[in-house]
Design a protein around this ligand. Sequence first.
Ligand code: OAD
Length: 228
Amino acid sequence: MKKKLVVLSGSGISAESGISTFRDAGGLWEGHDVMEVASPGGWHKNRALVLDFYNQRREQLNNVVPNKAHFALAELEKEFEVQIITQNVDDLHERAGSTNVLHLHGELKKARSIGDASLVYDWEKDIQLGDLCEKGFQLRPHIVWFGEAVPMLDKAIGISREADIFLVIGTSLVVYPAASLVEYVERGTPIFVIDPNKPSMVKLKNCTFIEKKASDGMEELIKVLFQK
Ligand code: OAD
């Protein structure tokens, strides 16, 4: 039976594809205060600004491609049962060929009704004010904003508990509850962290830190995994 490799990815894995990380640019995200564009408060204050912001992010996805790190993870499915838990709202893991991807913070290419959260639609184009769900409510980006519940959390915790190997790649691990997932990994399960900057949790036992960018870090990880 294949070993279960569970991956927690963050914006750093998409950096080499040309998508900005959140905290490397001094708290600004693509020139915006994150709370203005990624919180229920921001939405109430200025829906048009929030829609425009995510419309630009969705558009940006058409101009970027997965990088070596995304492809390496997809390739690892030949040898491992790979389950990716990503905080990213892009679709680069899927486009690289990964088949088990859980989006903890939502997906740019989906829209959701503000009146009925169960109404989620695949959405490639812009979301405009006046775009409505079938029940007549405005559509919003299918993104988990600051202060909102994380519906996929319990599923992600279950997956983390079952890991034979746990990989953290490209996340500062400062946003909870996503960052808490490492705490559910069974004691004794090896944890690898790939990041050019050391996240504070690297003090965890059984943790090997690979201080590299995602693509080079994946190359090194693969060497380590196949030595064993
Ligand atoms: P952060 O910006 O907090 O962290 C990005 C991490 O990627 C940092 O640790 C960087 O050192 C690392 N990094 C930068 N370039 C890299 C590269 N080329 N290869 C590998 N790592 C690199 O972003 P996240 O941890 O993803 O939430 O942020 C978590 C959440 O905060 C996001 O999902 C988002 C944000 O608010 C929502 O949108 C709900």
